[in-house]
Design a protein around this ligand. Structure first.
Ligand SMILES: *[C@@H]1O[C@H](CO)[C@@H](O)[C@H](O)[C@H]1NC(C)=O
Ligand SMILES: *[C@@H]1O[C@H](CO)[C@@H](O)[C@H](O)[C@H]1NC(C)=O
Length: 368
């Protein structure tokens, strides 16, 4: 039997897409911390990394993200999430998407331009943190109770978190940093060029570059992250180089942009990378450091988007949505498609007949 005509197939496809979309939304209860630590996380907050292939370029520019929904968060001090001490510059807008292979993040924060070349702590900085081990808490970066000389992959098993930290003091805006052949040849999560590093931790005192550990280094590790940064006060969209530093005038009003990507899955064998699965939810957080009142920031002086993990959904693409549709509506739809295809088959025979007939009459051999 011949295929249903194109229009009919399009109609069928769009019907299924609409039906499929409605069944994607799923809710996951947020978990509570216990003990002295006081946290009232917004249980509604979550970030969705939609399936949108071929939309964004990893260059620090945000214009290609324009049609992607953003998720807005207040930035509260990580160690004391009190609204009175909120970051004064504004909120953080987070956007995420995936293309079936890589996941992309855009972090957007309003802030007066500040840059001091070669001095990370006098420049803004951002980090992402993900739960790896099932027991890993947001609070205390995994929350393993071991001291720095006792934490290792056995005593802290299950408390692993994965961290990406970008300090821009040596990173030229719009240029790509993170995983590079030189550091990856050494087999660790470092980035000697732009300090966009791939770390893991069991608690704040037990943090290491991927591949580096208290009980010995494993050179199978890699820096799996890539990223770039930008500020809205920059006048040029052509390439900057090192000599253009500080790229803009300090104190200019505007917005900082930090854009990152990573493969959904990595070759990590050490439980140091989060692994994303399409159709599943990961837990993460984002942090922001800003040199306030002219003072350099320090490691624990950062703001975060929540005092607990924020769910990150990685939903499937369209074709997987079609599969979710129930049997009965599939049967009704294919019955309709079959009917239409019979009608169109009949029409095509009739048209064929007309053409044939017309040809039979009008064909005139030319005599020379
Ligand atoms: C592991 O790597 C770190 C960082 O590269 C280095 O400082 C340390 O000496 C290495 N340890 C061993 C045992 O090789
Ligand atoms: C722990 O790390 C060491 C290297 O430091 C490695 O040899 C060992 O296989 C790791 N153990 C586990 C359970 O991952």
């Amino acid at each position: 039997m011949e295929q249903p005509p194109l229009l009919c197939r399009l109609f069928l496809f769009s019907t299924l897409v609409v039906l499929g979309c409605t069944s994607w939304i799923q809710f996951v209860a947020s978990h509570q911390e216990s003990g002295d630590w006081h946290c009232e996380a917004d249980e509604e907050s979550r970030v969705v990394a939609e399936f949108r292939p071929g939309l964004v370029t990893l260059d620090g520019h945000a214009d290609d993200w324009e049609n992607i929904d953003g998720f807005e968060f207040s930035l509260l001090p990580a160690l004391d999430p009190d609204h009175d001490h909120e970051y004064k510059g504004g909120k953080m807008t987070l956007k995420a998407l995936h293309d079936g292979k890589d996941v992309y993040f855009l972090l957007q924060v309003d802030g007066d331009y500040l840059y001091k070349k070669g001095n990370d702590k006098n420049c803004p900085s951002v980090a992402l943190m993900f739960q790896v081990g099932e027991s890993a808490t947001y609070h205390n970066m995994g929350g393993c109770k071991q001291s720095p000389d006792a934490c290792n992959n056995k005593t802290c098993r299950g408390y692993e978190v994965d961290i990406m930290h970008f300090s821009i003091g040596n990173a030229i805006p719009g240029r790509l940093y993170g995983g590079n052949p030189i550091d990856n040849r050494d087999g660790n999560g470092g980035d000697r060029f732009g300090h966009l590093v791939d770390l893991y931790a069991w608690n704040p005192h037990c943090q290491n570059l991927d591949g580096v550990s208290p009980t010995g280094n494993d050179t199978a590790a890699q820096n799996d992250w890539r990223g770039a940064w930008w500020h809205s006060s920059f006048a040029t969209h052509s390439g900057y180089s090192d000599e253009d530093s500080p790229y803009s005038t300090n104190g200019q009003k505007g917005t900082f942009y930090f854009e990152f990507s990573r493969a959904l899955r990595t070759m990590d064998r050490l439980q140091q990378d989060v692994q994303f699965t399409i159709g599943q939810t990961s837990k993460f957080s984002a942090a922001f450091w800003y040199p306030e009142d002219g003072n350099p920031w320090h490691g624990s002086g950062h703001y975060t988007i929540s005092c607990d993990w924020v769910p990150l959904d990685v939903p499937p693409g369209l074709s997987a949505g079609v599969k979710v549709v129930s049997r009965s509506s599939w049967n009704a739809a294919s019955g309709f498609a079959f009917l239409l295809s019979i009608v169109s088959f009949g029409v095509s025979i009739f048209v064929g007949y007309l053409v044939h007939k017309k040809n039979a009459i009008s064909f005139q051999p030319i005599d020379l």
